[in-house]
Write a protein that binds this ligand. Structure first.
Ligand code: DSN
Length: 430
């Protein structure tokens, strides 16, 4: 008997095809990436690195991993690529383990300012096993470099993270490098969100300025879930052992056998990202985001929008995520700088254009999509987050019930489905 899972996969396929995927860290991979990911390479154990494996039978796997490393180095202009990290969080943890002694100090952008958990947040092991301090953003929402400099000089961190997950501006790696060099810290750029934009030439590359780059492979880069760790020329000059320190942190430090099917799929995606077509894609992602931002009355310089919904009421992020879900539009609730509501019931949403652009949507379509978003959001008016924290859970439960019966949302959802079905999904088709 066939597993029930295949029915569920079909159900999820339908959701992806008839909905509008606007979580900026999500994307659609090609049929070739899916082919490599679903291949027999998953059968093999390969602890170690090419040419130095613990088990036999790894001749072909060595060639595959070498090819992935070669493509990664070429695409980003790095000196040493590590392609085995299972995903972004283990990659960042391994870099921290490789460069900083437990108890040592790391510094990164605070979560509520758009940073990532793995840059030293208290709830992450990177904040539990290491000491961490955060810098933030100024009133304009941009990284406050005066604060970065002042904190770095005062605390002398061993590692500074230059990376984001919810930050709609260009990152100035040169400014980070000046500060890191002054205090003798390793500088690591986490470009998970923007790596596709970097290789597409629509965001400056961190490679000339930082010691190490990390990136997931499944966001704007449009590969399978996974990650790259790239050691730069600058990094190797500073510390010739840098690459081997991080490799040891990956294996045997943190992980076991690499996921060879994933490595192969990463290589396929890297090859795809070298094409002129990918450059066009990256540039369209940014153009689309700019139009979307303008239509929604906000601003962006990259692929994502961080939208404070104060115009709709207090603490509206969760309610917005619910109504948009019901309308067939997927976004995520997100804190905004200076968050006044709560991390779990925040004031904003985060949305972006990488996945929609992969379906061939352009500026004209972004105006239509913005119209759907605004139409759905009309339904949250009057449903401000209660000030009393005890009542919030019940409030959200009641709100969900009410919205499930909302006729306007049902109508918008039908329009969204009709619209979305006109655009084929890579790897799924039309
Ligand atoms: N990096 C997060 C995101 O941007 O969605 C996931 O960890």
């Amino acid at each position: 008997m066939q597993s029930g899972i295949f029915k569920l996969i079909e159900k999820e396929k339908r959701r992806q095809k008839y909905g509008l995927e606007m979580i900026p860290s999500e994307n659609f991979v090609s049929a070739d990436v899916l082919r490599a990911l679903g291949s027999i390479l998953t059968n093999k154990y390969s602890e170690g690195f090419p040419g130095a494996r613990y088990y036999g039978g790894n001749e072909v796997i060595d060639e595959i991993e070498d090819e992935a490393r070669r493509l990664a180095n070429k695409l980003f202009g790095a000196k040493h690529a590590i392609v085995q990290a299972y995903s972004g969080s283990p990659a960042n943890f391994a870099v921290t383990l490789g460069l900083v002694e437990p108890g040592g100090l790391v510094m990164g952008l605070g979560l509520s300012s758009g940073g990532h958990l793995t840059h030293g947040a208290p709830v992450s092991l990177t904040g539990k096993l290491f000491k961490a301090i955060n810098y933030g953003v100024g009133a304009d929402g941009r990284i406050d470099f005066a604060e970065v400099e002042q904190l770095a000089k005062k605390h002398k961190p061993k590692l500074i993270w230059a990376g984001i997950t919810a930050y709609p501006f260009i990152l100035d790696f040169k400014k980070f490098a000046k500060i890191a060099d002054e205090v003798g810290a390793y500088l690591v750029a986490d470009i998970s969100h923007i790596s596709g934009l970097v290789v597409g030439g629509v965001h400056p590359s961190p490679v000339p300025y930082v010691d190490v780059v990390t990136t997931t492979t499944h966001k704007t880069l449009r590969g399978p879930r996974g990650a790259l760790i790239l050691v730069t020329k600058k990094g190797l000059k500073k510390d010739p052992e840098l690459a081997s320190k991080i490799e040891k942190a990956i294996f045997p430090g943190l992980q076991g056998g690499p996921h060879n099917h994933q490595t192969a799929a990463i290589a396929v995606a890297l090859q795809e990202a070298m094409s002129p077509k990918f450059k066009k894609y990256a540039s369209q992602v940014v153009k689309n985001a700019a139009v979307l931002a303008k239509e929604l009355g906000t601003y962006t310089e990259n692929h994502l929008l961080l939208w404070d919904l104060y115009d709709y009421g207090f603490g509206m992020g969760y309610q917005a995520q619910i109504v948009l879900d019901l309308a067939g539009i997927t976004v995520n609730k997100n804190t905004v700088p200076g968050e006044k509501a709560s991390p779990y019931y925040p004031s904003g949403i985060r949305l972006g254009t990488p996945a929609l652009t992969s379906r061939g949507m352009k500026e004209k379509e972004m105006k239509i999509v913005a119209g759907f978003v605004k139409e759905a959001l009309e339904e949250i008016r009057g449903f401000d987050l209660p000030q009393n924290q005890e009542t919030r859970k019940d409030f959200i439960k009641d709100f969900k019930e009410k919205m499930r019966k909302n006729k306007n949302l049902k109508r918008t959802c039908l329009q969204v489905e009709k619209f979305a079905s006109r655009f084929p999904v890579p790897g799924i088709g039309s």
